[in-house]
Design a protein around this ligand. Sequence first.
Ligand code: MN
Length: 429
Amino acid sequence: MTVLRSGSATNVGSVRSVNEDRSLETVSLFAVADGMGGHVGGEVAASIAIETLEAGFARSSTLDGLVAAIQAANSAVWERGADDPDLRGMGTTVVATALVATADGDRLIVANVGDSRAYRFSANALSQLSVDHSVAEELLARGELSEAEAAVHPHRHILTRVLGIVADVEVDVWEVVPLEGDRYLLCSDGLSNDVADDVMAGVLSSVRDPQAAADTLVALALEAGGSDNITAVVVDVLVGETAAGADEAGTEVPSDLTGAVPVVGAEPGSGVVRSGAEVGPSETAGADQAPKGRKRKGPRRITFRVLLFLILLGGLAYGAWYVIKVYVGDSYYVGLQKNELVIFQGRPGGFLGMEPTIVDHTGVKTAQVGSIVLPALRAGVQEPTRTAATRYVTRLVTAECSLVNPPPTCPPTTTTTTLPVPTTTAGGL
Ligand code: MN
């Protein structure tokens, strides 16, 4: 007979206007969901997930029941998001721990999707049980990045798995033996990003009451900046399995599986990946491996809100580029190509990589215009329109021509229409 006692706390933080974290405490099921998605999406996603999880686990209070409940939560968020344009794209993390009865005795099942975490405080040591579904963790797990590289990876805070974004979700699961005196902490990244592991361990070792411990942890995250919503659920094992039973269970599974990447015993098609259970005083060595170096302070992970911002930013950049393109495309100048006057579209010398293009070979040679204008032509004489550029060339030719010929011979110096003066007029002289 296992007896648990819990406490929880949440705070909107110092920066956000809305708390999109949700938590759950019942006698046998505890959870934290960190919702995301613009507008009201995050709150809705987290609430739906928690409600669906609770209802599902109530129907089937087993490991498989918990996994099914999380998958049902995924479907519920997904379907609601598909139905409502205001909620499209919403999602949520979830981390849960549930007490279940098995043939071998009581067990705690820890399950997660996303980067909300489950920690265990046992034998005065804190270990992270869950593995974040973030880009950095996945690359680390695959050995493609070192801890140092992962810490600065540009996509380190992007989540690779959340509830509600795709129709089916894989749930990672750990099974552990509840030992008397052990404490479990479930939290959103608002806590784990802002409060170091050793500080969390200090609170869990010194604040006996789970409610007071949860309050203290949240207060510390607020003090550290409170850049995100903060939620903590502390679950104490008041009465647990006997040490004998625990040792027995512990001998069955290599101790290094707890907290490791859950690739053990994948059940094809079930979406469930189980990791080993290991317990007892001997476990602390194995448990210690998991969280080491995992603590990365700094920028929070990229949520959908941030992605949306980046998309908007991209849109603005495109808009700016488009305006420049129009600006450049609306510009004309008269310049020289070899000894011919030509009309360019664009800016002399190009602008932001957009090279001017020749839109008209006037047929007018440099010999037909005054030598005094040649330096200006070499640099490019800007005109507001293509018509104006053509008119400018005509004026140059007429002015030069008039110097040596009687008026009727030369083209008129002014045109009464806005149509381009045929360039052959000058060339035909
Ligand atoms: Mn968060």
